[in-house]
Design a protein. Structure first.
Length: 293
């Protein structure tokens, strides 16, 4: 049975059991030993401005801390998008329609004026529309864009929604989205160090600019800006190096012909992408990975 974990208890587990740091080491220069002990015992609730230095001291990120506090359970937002993604990947329209009905049934529980229940519905309708090649209503696409324009930054919730709606936006809105994706999502790319969603959105927006909006110059500019983004370049690096390792495994499994062919294909792909640094890395790694003695 899962035990309820308070903020203090979560910190105590991370400090003592995971990091093996004493109370004295953790609190030095931040708070008194007695204050930290009371916090860990659940007798006090320090301000966040106090908790953050404690987390820094034990080298635990706030996201890791709050995940630990919730006993590693997914948030409602993460669970919702996980359900949408799984159904979409399976092309499971029945499950998506059930999810849509459930969201519609709970719309009255959201405080008046909040946009999120409708945005959840738009996300699911967009996923269904992408599978069935059916349009999203103009009212829905306009509502989503108006919301996005009202936000200074785009975070996990917004970026997950943006995985599904680009193909349904007008040419004007697609161009605006293309020109704002890196500035609005900058905190998510750099501070949170997770560019997977952004890479997915960039590809979807570029696809829509080419296939439906016929805005080829804008698509070219978006892809060029993505190529100049250091974090997104790391995604290419990871993909290329993963393929090299897979080719090396084929080599050591007794098929050097196929392995060398895979290696050549990786170099060709990197050449097309003008990824000079990655080409050098791949060429340097290959003899080392395929040594037989």
């Amino acid at each position: 049975m899962n035990e309820l974990i308070t903020s203090g208890h979560a910190f105590q587990i991370l400090r003592a059991k995971d990091r093996k740091i004493t109370v004295v080491q953790a609190c030095a220069g931040i708070m008194s030993e007695s204050s930290l002990r009371r916090f860990e015992q659940g007798k006090t609730s320090p301000y966040l401005v106090t908790i953050l230095p404690l987390l820094d001291r034990v080298r635990i990120s706030p996201s890791e801390f709050f995940t630990k506090e919730s006993n590693f359970q997914s948030s409602n937002v993460a669970s919702f998008y996980d359900a949408v993604s799984q159904a979409y990947n399976r092309r499971d329209v029945i499950t998506l329609n059930r999810l849509l009905s459930k969201i519609q049934e709970t719309h009255t529980t959201e405080p008046i004026g909040l946009p999120f229940n409708r945005l959840d519905q738009i996300t699911v309708r967009s996923a269904i529309g992408m599978i069935q090649s059916t349009p999203l209503s103009e009212a829905d696409s306009s509502f989503a864009v108006t919301y996005l324009k009202s936000q200074r930054n785009w975070f996990f919730y917004d970026l997950n929604m943006l995985r599904y709606i680009p193909l349904f936006l007008t040419k004007t809105d697609l161009v605006w989205l293309s020109q704002n994706i890196f500035s609005r999502a900058s905190a998510y790319i750099t501070v949170l160090n997770n560019a997977d969603l952004v890479t997915n959105i960039v590809l979807n927006v570029a696809t829509a600019l080419i296939a439906s909006a016929r805005e080829y110059d804008e698509a070219e500019d978006l892809l060029a800006r993505s190529h100049r983004n250091n974090v997104l370049q790391d995604k290419l690096e990871f993909s290329a190096h993963r393929k090299v390792l897979e080719a090396a495994l084929v080599f050591h499994q007794g098929d050097p012909t196929t392995a060398n062919k895979m290696h050549a294909q990786i170099l060709d792909a990197l050449e097309v992408l003008s990824a000079g640094w990655n080409i050098q890395q791949v060429e340097t790694m290959w003899p080392f990975l395929t040594k037989t003695n």
